[in-house]
Design a protein around this ligand. Sequence first.
Ligand code: ZN
Length: 606
Amino acid sequence: MFDIRIVYPRDGSLKRESNLAGIDKYELLSDLAKRRGFFWPSFEIYGGVSGYIDLGPLGTRLKRRVEEQWLKLFVQGNDFVEVSTPVITPERVFTASGHVSHFKDLMVSCKNCRRHYKADYAISAAMPARTDIAVEAMSPSELDDFIKGNHVRCPECGGELGQAEYFSTMFRTDIGAYGDVTGYGRPEAAQGMFVDFKRVYETTRERLPLGIAQIGTVMRNEISPRQGPIRLREFTIMEVEFFFDPEEPECALMDRVEGIDLPLLLAEKREVKRSEIIRIPAVEAAGKGMVKAEWMAYLMALSVKFVSSLGVPLDKQRFEEKLPTERAHYSAQTFDHQILLDRWGWVEIAGHAYRTDFDLSSHIKYSGADLSIFKPHPSPVDKRVTVVVPITSVLGPLLRDKAQEIASRLASSSPDEVKSAFDRFGYFEIQGFKVLPSHVRFEERNVRETGRRVIPHVVEPSFGAERVVYSTLEYAYTRVKDRVVLKLPIQLAPVQIMVFPLMAKDGLPEIATEIVCYLEENDFLVEYDDAGTIGRRYARADEIGVPIAITVDYETKNDGTVTLRDRDTWKQVRSSWKTISELCRRYFKGEIDFSALGPPVQVTYE
Ligand SMILES: [Zn+2]
């Protein structure tokens, strides 16, 4: 089942001309990533398994910095809270959430070579120009007819394809030794946050709205992933479930994203095969109903801010609204935040879903737990309401020991529901018992209401961290003359400063080491390098995206000054090393430019 290659790229129609000698950036970057330690295929010495990557020393650190940046923007910046819940989750959770029945893909297999394909891949491989075929909307038998009617064959060997079938893309396992509890590797971190909602709500002073975030591992047993770090069977998700009262849907933080436009590709345009993007401020997109919840529009604007901070310009970003047939089962509206990548065209970097009360209501139904919250009115409200009153003198003899239970269920039923059941069927059923109009009466009563019960609605932004890391690297990858310069955003660089002694002798390494210690004590990510010529060391620093290189030379011994070199302009300044910590701190926060780090000097060692 592993290591299936498909010859034609999905979305091949979108592939852009590469300006890098006809080689796409994915290949160039994969080579660099392996050589320098960002990422490589997992289990390499055993031949590898597709859909898995390892992050090397630099990749691991870059991913952590990406996560920190995300936390800063999505969690700390909004006063949201974070949780950590298990990866292996018992089946009942995913039965309630709908994943057991819905988290699956249509698969076709070749009768000749026995390779398996996700159905939409096999079709787009055979008909690359047809981007309008909605495989997601087809049933297995419709798909079989389509494959026969259009003579779709195996993309690898041209053999005949067998019948389409569903394949569950969740990893399944047994919990414990006896196999009596089935578990699944979670395909999203969201369910942990739904199951824990009430507990978190209670521990955070019972406030709504409430944002709960989680960063953690998820697993998806993809049928045939072959897109390197873009489609993985195991990856890190960065997810927020944002809970709000549907009767008070206004976003109080909207002014924080003023000036941020959302580039929207709306479903109504896609339905008529048009692809124009409208740019509209988040607040207006919500006001005009294009985005169905204000908080969702707000989080989409934060998403633009985050993705822009990775170095992706706004004209390479868009939000594609999913068609109803493309949406996950829990979502009332979904936007994929997509960016343009060199090999794969428009790729989803985040999903924004309006999950309404779907998940909480399902968990209430399946677990019996009360996950609603009580919202007190500012002052009690007197109301006149209709109530259902069971006539116990009639029900008692009929139901005997079950009478009390049925009566109390009746008393808490909605009068409108009971009345409409009487109108439609002549009875209202509770636990198999048919309640007749002669069993109840309806009464008007005065009640004092002190508050109301709310099942919060949820909007969710969700990012795959490895995909974010890859996209950041791709947008940073540039060539200057014959050299690779990885122009990573300075706030994300896995190594911020490199320190070089000009020569590995005459006391220079000792001073350089002292500088490394001093900078590390001041919380910089620093590395020391004394191998090779100074020019080669600069080139190495450029290639892994180090923003500042410090060189210790003979002058340093006399006056304590060092040379600082800028990765992006190759300009150099001179400064006393004992005072650079504060300047560098401000530089990495984006408060000052490189030129403010010291007076310029003639470039001597390039
Ligand atoms: Zn085949």
